[in-house]
Ligand binder design. Sequence first.
Ligand code: UT7
Length: 336
Amino acid sequence: MTRAAVICGLGGWLPPRVVTNDDLPAGLGTSDRWIRTRTGITRRHRADPGSATSDLAVEAGARALASSGEPRADAVVLATTTPDRICPATAPEIATRLGLTGAAAFDMNAACTGFLYGLAAAAGLIATGAADRVLLIGAETYSCLLDPLDRGTAPIFGDGAGAVVLRAGAPGEPGAIGHIDLGSDGTGADLIAVGGGGSRQRMSGRPEQDGERYLTMAGREVFKHAVGRMADSCRTVLKRAGQEPADVDRIVAHQANIRILHQLADELGVDRGRVVANIDRVGNTAAASVPLALFHGVADGAVRPGQRTLLTAFGAGLTWGSTLLTWPELAVATGE
Ligand code: UT7
């Protein structure tokens, strides 16, 4: 019989430093009102200088392991766009810091869709028998990619980490990851990008220019892709499961913009009240976004056992992905 990957632990962590809209530099040329009305964001968390993605990941990972009731995993997958270093991958160090030395460990970069790609990787590891328990962490320190004076990105992105533990189980049981739809379109590679630091810039023989270290985003164009790609992907997953939008109790989508979340719900014909949102307090945390939204949703009582829960994300690449599951009973520590 096919082994399914079943969510059995959930954790989240935010670095303690809070940056409100009013705390943003005056030279940014924005306002609390603009950011709130156009994005839904009121604050975000920022990692302190000297910290790195692994520090956030370890906190979230430890909480997910505790939530699962067993501090054990035989694979650690880190979804991130902001690894500690280009080489080696960050996941092995995280595994060791969590007392999991010897576990399979690797990073994956699908930007804001990283958690959905990570779920597929975890499901594959479990289905093939390569692992019985997988710790999947989405963690980011986008602070290090942001031009502090770019109002198109600096107010939007925040730092944070969310994690789940998946165990081998039976298809269809609560928490079992169903069909996963994944996609990409490299023709949109430049729409959200960091120009410097990779082989393209390094092999060019010219030193990294100042602006190249920063993330750039063609916000308006990305917005349209985000709604359309996530809606199509959600429909694919629903169709595969023989379900209708009316069957969906909760949509937990990548938190990029509250207007995207509302348009996605409208496009699918799902009541906006069924969309889980924590963007107001965390901003866009990229690969950490979906697990953090799950974590806050469960902690706030918005996501409850038995609910048909649609997970969907979209991000740089371009990439997108979705899956559907019945939310399981989990013991989640509410403190971040
Ligand atoms: O996580 C990966 C996926 N990312 C996304 O899905 C992000 C999708 N995009 C967005 O969320 C939105 O496009 C943004 C929040 C990034 C921008 O909002 P927008 O409503 O699409 O603004 P826009 O880029 O269409 O710009 C409209 C106006 C422009 O001024 P003019 O040319 O009309 O005078 C911008 O310069 O708003 C201006 N603007 C701002 N004004 C104050 C853009 N950003 C800001 C700002 N504060 N922060």
